[in-house]
Design a binder for this molecule. Structure first.
Ligand SMILES: [Zn+2]
Length: 135
C-alpha cells in the first residue's frame, strides 16, 4: 500500500509553549512506534519516545536545558521553564550514536492511546562510558 511510506509534519511544544517545533513522522498513528522506557529518568518523566531524523525548532530552542546521568552519554533536553522533556540524544559511539528520541507526548495531534508502545528495560542497560577508549 502506498500509504505505508507516507509521512506528515507534526507540531509540538512544551507545556509553557516557550519551545515550539515540528517533526516528520508516519502520517498514520498506527504506524508510529514508540518506546516506554523504565530507566531511572524515564520512569519519572513518563516520556513516550520515538526516533526521528531531526527536529525543526521555530521558537525557543535556546530555552532547552541539558541533563545527564549515569554514564553521561545520553543528552536529555527539557524546557528550562516548565521542565517538559522534549527529546533525548545519544552521544555514545557504542549505543545508538546520534539517535534522537522525541517525546511524543508533547506533539499536538498525537493521541498516546493510538500509538504502538514497546516496553524497553532501560534500567538494565549499562552504557559504556566515553572515557573507555578501545581503539
Ligand atoms: Zn516550557
Amino acid at each position: 500500500m502506498a500509504s505505508a511510506e507516507a509521512v506528515a509534519e507534526y507540531k509540538g511544544s512544551c507545556h509553557c509553549q516557550a519551545i515550539c517545533y515540528s517533526v516528520e513522522l508516519p502520517s498514520l498513528f498506527s504506524q508510529l512506534e514508540t518506546i516506554s522506557c523504565d530507566c531511572s529518568y524515564c520512569r519519572i518523566s513518563g516520556s513516550l519516545l520515538t526516533f526521528v531524523d531531526g527536529i525543526k525548532f521555530y521558537q525557543g530552542g535556546e530555552v532547552l536545558k541539558e541533563y545527564r546521568f549515569g554514564s553521561h552519554t545520553i543528552q536529555i533536553f527539557f524546557c528550562g521553564a516548565c521542565g517538559a522533556n522534549v527529546y533525548n540524544r545519544s552521544i555514545n559511539p557504542k549505543w545508538r550514536y546520534g539517535k534522537i528520541a522525541l517525546n511524543v507526548r508533547l506533539l499536538h495531534d498525537v493521541d498516546p492511546e493510538m500509538v504502538k508502545i514497546t516496553k524497553v528495560h532501560g534500567r538494565n542497560v549499562q552504557l559504556p562510558p566515553l572515557a573507555e577508549n578501545s581503539t
